[in-house]
Design a protein around this ligand. Structure first.
Ligand code: SAM
Length: 239
């Protein structure tokens, strides 16, 4: 597993257990302690989560559907999925993220009570990089994690996620477009204190061909854009 992302992977793990954890917990939260750019990213990311929930619900109710949320972060997707009755396996390379996601899930789903409402189950949380995940799930979702993978590592990552999914795979990633490339370059010219990991953008055609190689085809596409946040969403099914 150490091969994936090369040395990047250790850097990513370290970042999301420390500075990155603090930063992204604020962005994905609802407190006032964010700046203008972070607030914009918060809005964009919440739109991605909404779009993905809509895509998932379009195919029918989620009660009893098994979902693997790979790279779950603070649980922004796992929690609404569990609220719909999905049986969620949530994992992340960062132990800090997993602990936070579990805390938020308990708060939101139990709401201080001892037992969950009938039909709902708490997500199962696990610290794991996504290359080490196994098992089979109706649906595998991986939101905004590809940004940590260069394209040459992304193919294997996508193939692995596809091997865990029986019915559908939903991925979101920062699309490699001219405008976003430019923004990223501007970001590199003026690195803020919060910038600690490399960001990799992906051409949609590259992601699509990785899916095709794994025997999957894209059925639906979505795009979320705000001023500072861009995310392409693809839903794939076995070809
Ligand atoms: N998917 C979540 C969401 O959309 O709310 C979190 C997105 S956050 C930008 C990226 C997350 O991916 C971080 O929590 C990070 O720890 C995790 N991550 C990065 N590389 C990973 C890997 N190789 N395996 C598992 N998780 C990883």
């Amino acid at each position: 597993a150490e091969e994936v992302g090369g040395g990047d992977k250790e850097v990513v793990r370290e970042y999301f257990n420390n500075d990155g954890f603090q930063r992204w917990r604020r962005i994905y939260g609802d407190g006032e302690d964010v700046n203008k750019v972070q607030r914009d990213i918060r809005l964009g990311h919440s739109m991605t989560v909404e779009n993905v929930m809509k895509m998932l619900l379009d195919e029918g109710p989620l009660a009893g559907v098994t979902v693997c949320d790979a790279g779950c972060g603070t649980g922004c997707l796992s929690i609404p999925l569990a609220k719909e009755g999905a049986v969620v396996a949530a994992s992340d390379i960062s132990a800090a993220m997993v602990a936070e996601a579990e805390k938020q899930a308990r708060n939101e789903l139990l709401g201080g009570k001892e037992e969950l409402p009938t039909g709902l189950v708490l997500p199962r949380f696990e610290v794991s990089d996504l290359e080490s995940l196994n098992g089979k799930y109706d649906t595998v979702v991986c939101l905004d994690v590809l940004i940590h993978y260069p394209q040459n590592k992304a193919d294997a990552m996508i193939a692995h996620l596809a091997s865990l999914a029986e019915k559908r795979l939903i991925l979101s990633f920062a699309p490699k477009t001219f405008y976003y490339d430019l923004l990223k370059r501007v970001g590199e010219l003026f690195p803020g204190p919060s910038k600690a990991t490399r960001a990799y953008l992906h051409a949609e055609a590259d992601v699509e061909s990785a899916l095709q190689k794994a025997g999957w085809r894209i059925r639906k596409r979505g795009l979320t854009t705000t001023q500072f946040y861009f995310s392409r969403i693809v839903e794939a099914i076995p070809a």
